[in-house]
Design a binder for this molecule. Structure first.
Ligand SMILES: Nc1ncnc2c1ncn2[C@@H]1O[C@H](COP(=O)(O)OP(=O)(O)OP(=O)(O)O)[C@@H](O)[C@H]1O
Ligand SMILES: O=P(O)(O)OC[C@H]1O[C@H](OP(=O)(O)OP(=O)(O)O)[C@H](O)[C@@H]1O
Length: 212
């Protein structure tokens, strides 16, 4: 088993694109798309294993070496700041990490005049660093989902969250006021695996590079 390559792939939004991309280099893991409760799959001929994990857990499995490779959003990497090798931008899963607030508040709000604000977010570390660099004091309220609700019920005036179509903001009367980062999906690699399984891992990286 030690010569197997294990890939941690997140369930959710970026699963289909991940499976399609690996398919292009002959790594077929379509069974991850089947509606099963199974969490680990093996392809003995190709000496590959696939683990299906939560998006936010991918860096942890790769950091500890349970997976050699992982697929994960840049947002998650920015938030967790783990010691991982990040060789490739896979370009799919595009979205933006934004500061947003109610449209009414935005009418005569000037972000450059903020000194002390309250933000609800799934990304407390990124938020903290972003506002520290700007010299703005920020009180952060950590939430796990439906972030757009926070300003509607007075939990916070503003939020930091991901935006792709903008539909969730629109339907909740919020507008984007600042962009923190452009987000895409990344390939990450365990640093020890890169050395011990170097030929196979570089083969995969070089193969994927031709298709992104
Ligand atoms: N509109 C979007 N909202 C959230 N994530 C998006 C969006 N568009 C692209 N993404 C990317 O998809 C990744 C996975 O998102 P997904 O919603 O599947 O998982 P999650 O709910 O954030 O993670 P978890 O299940 O661990 O809480 C995100 O980390 C981000 O990089
Ligand atoms: O710009 P849009 O296309 O509307 O996408 C943005 C929304 O999608 C994500 O939420 P998700 O669906 O993951 O649910 P969650 O709020 O429970 O995290 C994100 O947190 C936004 O709420």
């Amino acid at each position: 088993m030690t010569d197997y390559i294990t890939i941690a792939i997140p369930k959710g939004r970026i699963l289909e694109d991940s499976v399609a991309l690996f398919g292009k280099i002959g790594i077929h893991c379509d069974e991850l798309l089947s509606n099963t409760r199974k969490l680990i799959f093996e392809n003995h001929e190709q000496r590959m294993r696939y683990m299906i994990v939560r998006a936010t857990d991918v860096p942890t499995y790769v950091e500890y070496g349970c997976a050699d490779l992982g697929i994960v959003g840049k947002d998650t990497l920015m938030e967790q700041e783990k010691d991982l090798y990040e060789p490739l931008d896979l370009k799919f899963g595009y979205c933006r990490m934004m500061v947003a607030e109610p449209a009414g508040l935005a009418l005569d709000d000037d972000p450059s005049s903020w000194t002390n604000i309250r933000i609800a977010t799934k990304y407390p570390n990124v938020t903290e660093k972003y506002f520290a660099r700007k010299g703005v004091q920020v009180e952060i309220i950590k939430l796990y989902g439906s972030i757009e609700l926070a300003p509607l019920v007075g939990l916070s005036e503003r939020i930091v969250d991901l935006v792709s179509t903008g539909e969730t903001l629109r339907q909740n009367g919020l507008v984007e006021v600042e962009t923190i980062a452009e987000i895409t999906t990344r390939l990450i690699v365990n640093r020890a695996s890169l050395k011990t399984k170097h030929p196979r891992i570089t083969g995969i990286i070089e193969g994927l590079e031709k298709h992104v």
